[in-house]
Design a protein around this ligand. Sequence first.
Ligand SMILES: Cc1cc2nc3c(=O)[nH]c(=O)nc-3n(C[C@H](O)[C@H](O)[C@H](O)COP(=O)(O)O)c2cc1C
Length: 190
Amino acid sequence: MPTVSIIYFSGTGHTTKLAEAVAKGAASVAGVKANLIAISGDDIVKGRYQNDAVFTQLDASDAVIFGSPTYMGGPAAQFKAFADATGAKWYAGAWRDKIAAGFTVSSGPSGDKLSTLHYFFTLAMQLGMIWIGLPELPMNDRGINRLSSYSGVMAQAGQEPVDIAPNAADKLTGELLGRRVGEYAVKLKK
Ligand SMILES: Cc1cc2nc3c(=O)[nH]c(=O)nc-3n(C[C@H](O)[C@H](O)[C@H](O)COP(=O)(O)O)c2cc1C
């Protein structure tokens, strides 16, 4: 059974909601298992992320989807600490040919979210992974990909009341990315 893991950090819960939507999309593909993993700040000791159980799950995954809020124009420090800990995987070529994708949430419509997605892309390329983008056109009446991002999913937190954001359209966009990754995980497993 192909496994799609979604590894993400969320400070105040918006990214968690988007991560859940992405997982829902991946799990909607027949035979795909979606595995949500939250990055905990408690696993960062003296600036270094360490959690062997998390890396065991990621090693066993066919696809890894990265998620973080955009903080100061890039991924949150907690996500970056996790990313730095993938250095051992880079050295061993352990994640080569796994599928990768990404999503981010921030307050503004732009908020420099593209920098975060491009960081995820660079990380995936360093690790030899295969990047899956988001081909959804924004010209639709459901708000799918309304922020017009093709590198990965962008969602906005600042527009809706805090307990609602990201809105249904952004979550649906996340779901579609998750489904696409799930479909490619199945294709690659054949
Ligand atoms: C330290 C910090 C930096 C932030 N930087 C940005 C930013 O560069 N652009 C933006 O649009 N929003 C920015 N925000 C807003 C967050 O991206 C937004 O609140 C997001 O929904 C947080 O996600 P979370 O609820 O998953 O933690 C920042 C928030 C914090 C706490």
